[in-house]
Design a binder for this molecule. Sequence first.
Ligand SMILES: C=C1C[C@]23C[C@@]1(O)CC[C@H]2[C@@]12CC[C@H](O)[C@@](C)(C(=O)O1)[C@H]2[C@@H]3C(=O)O
Ligand code: AKG
Ligand code: FE2
Length: 330
Amino acid sequence: MVVSKPAIEQFSSYLKNNKPTTLFTQIPLVDLSKPDSKHQIIKACEEFGFFKVINHGVPMESISMLESEATKFFSLPLCEKQKTGQPQPYGYGHKRIGIHGDVGWVEYLLLTTNQDPSLHSFQTFRVALNNYMKSVKKMACEILEMMADGLKIQPRNVLSKLLMDEESDSVFRVNHYPPCPNVQPLSGNGNGNGDVIGFGEHTDPQIISVLRSNNTSGLQISLREGSWISVPPDQTSFFINVGDSLQVMTNGRFKSVKHRVVTNSVKSRLSMIYFCGPPLSEKIAPLPSLMRGDQQSLYKEFTWFEYKKSAYNSRLADNRLIHFEKIAAS
Ligand SMILES: C=C1C[C@]23C[C@@]1(O)CC[C@H]2[C@@]12CC[C@H](O)[C@@](C)(C(=O)O1)[C@H]2[C@@H]3C(=O)O
Ligand SMILES: O=C(O)CCC(=O)C(=O)O
Ligand SMILES: [Fe+2]
């Protein structure tokens, strides 16, 4: 993969001014087999918009099968990978993320979770993917139901039903970050690895995102006060991001988490992410059962279709929700 030097220098100087901290902050850990996990989920969503999940019930075998198929795919010659189509937005992409000039040290495959035609010439990959997605979707629904319980809202499938809907607009992404030789080493940046951005800072537009990666570091999340912390990788666990849609559905009680990926100079990183999206026609608004007394919505009314359209017209680092906020009356 070739990235022009000016682009790399641009990233290096960006990172110099956005150094991650190594504060003693711990990533919230939720053990799904514990009876109090619903309370831990709520706390983590309120404080970080992010948490790690163990005892998730996704068989290690289906994770490893997908990882191995994805690794095989990314080691194919470029022309083979391009048979899955140009990312519009679905298909194989490298370096360019979206269509508005964002770039990263990454190649990826972006797919719909329905019968995506992109993988028709990669049957074993498709089988491994379907198998994996089935278990991950089940876990995501369980987490969304625990969230409803923790928020004390009824019915408990108020969020998970959006994923179960046949029309659910969920997306699946596999990212491969090849090792990236350091161009301009930075001292003391706290992450001990590359200086180049693999995937620029952003929030995910959907409800939640369910991420699994191999044991290579790179993912960082932004804390509320603006500092960045590195997420220690754990290939046996999953990481959950609160997306913009869940921020709106909780009327700002949960905040979508800003995150990014920096490259590693020695090891490659492989991540697979299930972005849990509602049906396109779904109205994204604060859940009525969460609104107390005369509490007002912080957001204008919109559908997922409207939000997605606007989001896909934005740059990665943009604040996408700002266009949908109500102007506070003074
Ligand atoms: C620059 C962009 C890539 C993105 C669409 C967008 O215009 C802004 C949101 C981006 C994002 C981030 C989370 C997911 O990776 C993604 C698939 C999504 O739903 O929103 C990507 C989009 C993409 O890669 O096309
Ligand atoms: O690859 C990763 O670890 C995270 C990528 C990401 O945030 C995304 O694809 O939206
Ligand atoms: Fe993301």
